[in-house]
Design a protein around this ligand. Structure first.
Ligand code: AMP
Ligand code: MG
Length: 411
C-alpha cells in the first residue's frame, strides 16, 4: 500500500522512522467486512471499493449566471428578442431561433442552440429586446455537461477516507449510498496498580488514570467502536485474562503502562502468556521508546508506555497508522512545517525527538519561530496541552542553535 510517511526538510528528521513505521503498517492488514451507508453518513469512513461517476456532472449544460441565453448570432447592434424564461429546476426547452434570447437564471438548463449566456449587468435594452456587446465570446457563462466529471470516470479510489469533499463529489455523481469498511472494534486498557478513575479521590501513592480518557478522545472516530476495559492492576494473571477476553471481540487492543523491563512491568509477559506474539518494532524516538506491538489471536495489540507524553506521541505516530492499516486506508501522512528555532540547546543524539513546542512569532522571512515547552520530561502533560505542535529533532543533531531550520508537526 502507498505509504506517504513524511519527508522533505533537509535533512529529513523523520527519515530514521520510515522503515519501522512502514513495518508497523504491515502488522495491521485491512479487516474484512463492509457495510453500506447513506452517502451523507460516510464521514470518516474508508471506501470499500472504488466508485465511478454514475452520470455526467453537471448532468446538462447549465447557466453559470443570471442573464440571457443567446441563440445563433444575428450580428452586433441588432436587438435579441426575449422569448422564454428559464429558472433553476425548469425542464430544458427546444432550440432558440436566430435572434432569440431566453431570460435565464443560474443553474437553469441552457436551451438548445444557445451559444453563450450574457450576464444581466451587460445587457442593454434595445427596442423590444436586448443589445449584445460587440465581440461577445461564444461559450461564455455556460457550464458544459460533464465538464466537472464524465460518466464512468473513477471518482474515488478504494480506501479513500471520506470527508465532506468526497461525500459531495460522490453524491453529485449519483451515489446515494456507499460501501465502506465496517467499524473497527478497539479495546482500551490502562494498566498500573497506582491508577484511579477520573474524578475519584486519591489515596496515598495513587494518580488519576489520564491515559485512558486521553486515548479514548484520540480514538474517537466515526469508524471506531470502543470497548473500554478500564484500569487493570499490575498483576500478570489479571492482565493475561483481560487481554484474552478482549482479543476475542476486537480488532485492536491498545494498552498503556507496564512495557519497560522493570519487575512491575508485566505487559509483555501477559501477552505471551495469553498466547500472543510480540513483534518488537524498534522505534528510535524520544519520548516513549518501548513500543511493543504484536498479535493476540486475530487482534493486533499495541502496548504503549505509561508516561502520558510518551503515550500521546506514540499513539499519534503509531496508533493512528495501525488504525489506518486496519481500515484499509492509506496512512495519514505526517506533514511537518518548516520552522525556525527560537532556542538553543545541547542534545543527546541517536533518537528522533518529539518535543512540545509553541509558536513565538516569525522571523524576517516570515517563517514561524518556535520555542520548546517543558524540556525533557515525558511525564508532563501541562507543556503538551500548551503546545501548538511537536518539534521534531533529527537523531544526528548534537546542538540546536537559535535560527536553525527545524520541523514542527502541528496539532
Ligand atoms: P509505566 O509505563 O507503567 O512504567 O508508567 C510510567 C509512569 O507513567 C508512571 O509514573 C505511571 O504512574 C504513569 N502512568 C502509567 N499509566 C498511566 C495512566 N494511565 N495515566 C496516568 N499516568 C500513568
Ligand atoms: Mg506501571
Amino acid at each position: 500500500m502507498h505509504d506517504p510517511v513524511l519527508t522533505a526538510l533537509p535533512p529529513d528528521p523523520l527519515a530514521l522512522l520510515r522503515e519501522p513505521l512502514a513495518r508497523l503498517l504491515t502488522l495491521a492488514g485491512p479487516v474484512s467486512g463492509t457495510e453500506t451507508l447513506a452517502a451523507g453518513a460516510a464521514m470518516g469512513r474508508a471506501l470499500a471499493a472504488p466508485i465511478l461517476a454514475l452520470h455526467d456532472v453537471p448532468p446538462f449544460d447549465q447557466s453559470a449566471m443570471d442573464g440571457y441565453a443567446l441563440g445563433p448570432p444575428e450580428g452586433a447592434g441588432t436587438a435579441w428578442r426575449v422569448t422564454t424564461r428559464l429558472a433553476a429546476g425548469d425542464a430544458p426547452v427546444g432550440a432558440l431561433a436566430p435572434g432569440e434570447a431566453a431570460r435565464i437564471f443560474t443553474g437553469a438548463p441552457v436551451p438548445g442552440g444557445a451559444r453563450s449566456v450574457l450576464q444581466q449587468e451587460k445587457a442593454k435594452p434595445l427596442g423590444e429586446g436586448i443589445a449584445v456587446p460587440a465581440n461577445w465570446p461564444a461559450g461564455a457563462n455556460i457550464r458544459l455537461r460533464g465538464e466537472d466529471v464524465r460518466a464512468g470516470a473513477t471518482l474515488l479510489a478504494a480506501g479513500q477516507r471520506m470527508d465532506a469533499r468526497h461525500i459531495a463529489l460522490a453524491v453529485a455523481a449519483g451515489h446515494g449510498a456507499l460501501s465502506v469498511t465496517r467499524r473497527l472494534r478497539v479495546a482500551l486498557a490502562s494498566t498500573g496498580s497506582e491508577l484511579r478513575q477520573a474524578g475519584s479521590g486519591l489515596g496515598s501513592g495513587q494518580v488519576h488514570d489520564s491515559n485512558g480518557p486521553m486515548l479514548r478522545a484520540m480514538l474517537a472516530a466515526p469508524d471506531v467502536e470502543l470497548v473500554e476495559i478500564g484500569i487493570l492492576p499490575d498483576e500478570p494473571l489479571r492482565l493475561r485474562d483481560a487481554l484474552l477476553r478482549a482479543s476475542e471481540e476486537v480488532d485492536l487492543i491498545v494498552t498503556t503502562g507496564g512495557v519497560s523491563v522493570g519487575e512491575e512491568d508485566h505487559m509483555v509477559g501477559a501477552i505471551l502468556a495469553a498466547g500472543g506474539k510480540i513483534e518488537v518494532v524498534h522505534l528510535p524516538i524520544r519520548p516513549g521508546k518501548p513500543v511493543k506491538a504484536g498479535h493476540l489471536g486475530a487482534a493486533v495489540i499495541l502496548a504503549l508506555p505509561g508516561n502520558p507524553l510518551a503515550a500521546y506521541v506514540n499513539f499519534w505516530l503509531v496508533g493512528r497508522r495501525v488504525l489506518d492499516g486496519l481500515a484499509g486506508t492509506p496512512a495519514r501522512p505526517l506533514r511537518p512545517l518548516a520552522v525556525r528555532s527560537g532556542f538553543r540547546e545541547e542534545r543527546r543524539p541517536g533518537r528522533v525527538e518529539f518535543a512540545p513546542a509553541r509558536f513565538a512569532g516569525t522571523d524576517p522571512s516570515g517563517l514561524p519561530v518556535v520555542e520548546l515547552l517543558g524540556r525533557g520530561s515525558s511525564a508532563r502533560l501541562a507543556p503538551l496541552a500548551a503546545a501548538d505542535g511537536l518539534c521534531v529533532i533529527g537523531p544526528e543533531v548534537l546542538r540546536v542553535e537559535e535560527g536553525d531550520l527545524l520541523a514542527l508537526l502541528p496539532f
